[in-house]
Design a protein around this ligand. Structure first.
Ligand code: PAF
Length: 281
């Protein structure tokens, strides 16, 4: 039976009790509309901890587009059904008033990490993510927290948040979970029309094509190739394709300039914004 909590004190007291018994707490923060990608994080958390808390909270401070916030799927009942048997023990499902009794004006400085890619197109987004994740970490106080690599930049920023604030927990990155045709799983996929859904796989095809032979090109050439392939589909409007250093998230000139590199993409297909990435090396 999964316990559902709505308030911060209730959640804290459950966790404190478990910790006093020496239990290890794993945490998977989500905005709901759960899919196999989330369930995989939860199963891994259950494997590595004694107790798994999942938060479901559509965080208004990370939406820079009010239409996106209004349209974000809210599906608690089906989410709870999906969580049955996943290893989740507790769902923290707070209201906006519970999380933000007053506006949170914290401004974080992530240096260059949030100036590129998503940060350029979604001003304030990562500050909002950091504000809510910091609150959630304080409430749940987990030993380990699990994040998917699909949101590659988010993961880098959360790691930075944890090191900047010296929060005592381990961030566990987990590989992207994909549909059979390669589309990265996302709560937003549910909003694709059948035609868009069929075409959405173009991103993955473009990324896997360059993974094979990226070293034949310079990083800028890889960027152009991926961009060109996606733009061949008239349904897509690409926001960015960037080849960046996996640590700093900055673009670079030559493969020898980056120890690890990743290609990140954001593109609209119809009204739905998709992001994806592939680690080159
Ligand atoms: O990745 C998400 O679902 C959200 O950005 C997160 C980490 C739950 C914060 O609201």
């Amino acid at each position: 039976m999964i316990q559902l909590t709505n308030t911060i004190p209730e959640t804290r007291s459950v966790i404190q009790e478990l910790k006093s018994e020496g239990k290890k707490i794993g945490f998977v923060p989500t905005m709901g509309a759960l899919h196999e990608g989330h369930l995989k994080l939860i199963r891994q958390a259950a494997h590595e901890n004694d107790f798994v808390a999942v938060s479901i909270f559509v965080n208004p401070t990370q939406f820079n587009n009010p239409e996106d916030l209004a349209n974000y799927p809210r599906t608690l009942e089906t989410d709870m059904q999906k969580l049955e048997g996943s290893g989740c023990n507790l769902v923290f499902y707070p209201s906006v008033e519970e999380m933000y009794p007053e506006p949170d004006l914290t401004v974080f400085d992530f240096g260059q990490l949030d100036k590129v890619m998503e940060g350029r197109y979604r001003p304030g987004h990562f500050n909002g993510v950091a504000v809510v994740v910091k609150k959630l970490f304080e409430i749940v106080a987990p030993h380990k927290a699990y994040f998917g690599e699909k949101d590659f930049q988010q993961l880098a920023i959360i790691k930075k948040l944890v090191s900047m604030l010296q929060i005592d927990l381990e961030i566990v990155p987990c590989p992207i979970v994909r549909e059979a045709d390669g589309l990265a799983m996302s709560s937003r996929n549910a909003r694709l029309t059948p035609e868009e859904r069929a075409e959405a796989t173009v991103i993955y095809k473009a990324l896997t094509a360059v993974k094979e032979n990226y070293s034949w090109f310079v990083p800028g050439g890889v960027r152009q190739l991926v961009m060109g392939e996606i733009q061949e589909s008239p349904l897509f409007r690409v926001e960015y394709v960037d080849v960046v250093d996996s640590e700093t998230l900055q673009p670079f000139e030559d493969w020898s300039d980056a120890e690890h590199a990743v290609v990140c993409v954001a593109a609209f297909i119809g009204k739905v914004r998709l992001i994806d990435n592939i680690i080159l090396y």
